[in-house]
Design a protein around this ligand. Structure first.
Ligand code: TYM
Length: 332
């Protein structure tokens, strides 16, 4: 039986990109396979959160997972740092991860370009920790958005390298997964091609935000002066709004606005108003559930404990096997 695993960093509230790139698939997969979903709080440390923010962000993402439909009794839903076995696997995999390949990783290059004052070792070895997350439970199906594709490729490299080095078949090769044929990338509201937590707050539509702010952000979204020729291509910023509409609105709404655009009759104000309404219809029930869950701290703690217990059981098995393969002394 294939095992599913995926994680989300606890670096802030989740947005529509996280939902459509990852969470919606998690929810479907939990009825089909044994699933491990976790909150990547170790990964979040590369940006040095304060202890208060750290704790709050972890709880927020835990509530968001459950509010979006992850059933902690069905899936194993855990906090990464509750399963410290991952650190041991991370250390061991680091011995066979080469600096050259880590430096060539696109997300590393992008991060050091954006934040030249914080080029830390955790950033460089980020894909190794991610590989450790995946290999710890021997998972093969990893539902992620398009931006994680290269990290998955690296996880396959590390898994294969370990197996060859120790002439074993300890780790299966994980693959990025999406229902449908392509990995998803939800664009931002600021004309950029990716909705992201760290792209500025006007770029992203969060699942847990007041309707007024959501509406305001959409009404402020970048467009242009409008098409001047029938059926002309769309500039990136306008395409982005249509792409978001594609995932939240009814198909006929999209068809209507496509036609308005192609006939040069489009009024971007109307498009944005409709988009805001459709986004809110989609987000509101999730947002309310998040608020309710955040008020039930005890329940959240109980679910985190349950997940930690289940995840550690599987993690311990893998670590024991890996230690034996490498030749560590067996602890009695
Ligand atoms: P993170 O926290 O940046 O994002 C969580 C998930 O959301 C997806 N995603 C998107 N999908 C489509 N469009 C977007 N605009 C968009 N923005 C984010 C991401 O692809 C991801 O699936 N490194 C990972 C966390 C992680 C992980 C793992 C994932 C740590 N260990 C092991 C899988 C397996 C990350 O930073 O995701």
């Amino acid at each position: 039986m294939e095992i599913v695993l995926s994680g989300i960093r606890s670096t802030g509230k989740l947005h529509l990109g996280n939902y459509f790139g990852a969470l919606t698939n998690f929810v479907k997969l939990q009825d089909m396979y044994p699933c491990y979903f976790f909150i990547a709080d170790y990964h979040s440390l590369t940006t040095h959160p304060t202890p208060e923010n750290f704790e709050q962000n972890v709880r927020q993402v835990l509530a968001e997972y459950i509010a979006c439909g992850i059933d902690p009794e069905k899936s194993t839903l855990y906090i990464q740092s509750d399963v410290p076995e991952v650190c041991e696997l991370y250390l061991l995999l680091n011995m066979n991860a080469y600096v050259g390949e880590l430096e060539r990783c696109t997300s590393f290059k992008e991060k050091i370009r954006k934040h030249p004052d914080n080029i830390n070792g955790g950033l460089l070895t980020y894909p190794v920790l991610m590989a450790a997350d995946i290999l710890l439970h021997k998972s093969t199906k990893v539902p992620v958005g398009k931006d994680q594709e290269q990290h998955l490729e690296m996880a396959r490299t590390f898994a294969g390298r370990f197996n060859r080095m120790y002439k074993c078949s300890c780790f299966p090769e994980p693959q990025a997964f999406n229902f449908g044929d392509k990995l998803v990338k939800i664009p931002g509201l600021d004309g950029s091609t990716k909705m992201g937590k760290s792209e500025g707050s006007d770029n992203a539509l969060y699942l847990h935000e007041s309707p007024e702010i959501t509406r305001k952000k959409i009404m402020k979204a970048v467009t242009d002066s409008g098409p001047i020729q029938e059926n002309q291509g769309k500039p990136q910023s306008v395409q982005n709004l249509f792409d978001i509409m594609k995932v939240v609105s009814k198909p006929e709404t999209l068809v209507y606005f496509e036609e308005e655009y192609n006939k040069c009759r489009i009024r971007y104000g109307d498009l944005k108003k409709q988009l805001a309404e459709d986004v809110l219809i989609f987000i509101n029930p999730i947002s309310q559930r998040i608020t309710e869950l955040l008020n039930h701290k005890e329940y959240l703690d109980k679910m985190a404990d349950l997940g930690a217990e289940k995840a550690r059981e599987s993690a311990r098995k893998t670590i024991q096997e890996v230690r034996e393969i490498i030749g560590f002394r067996k602890i009695q």
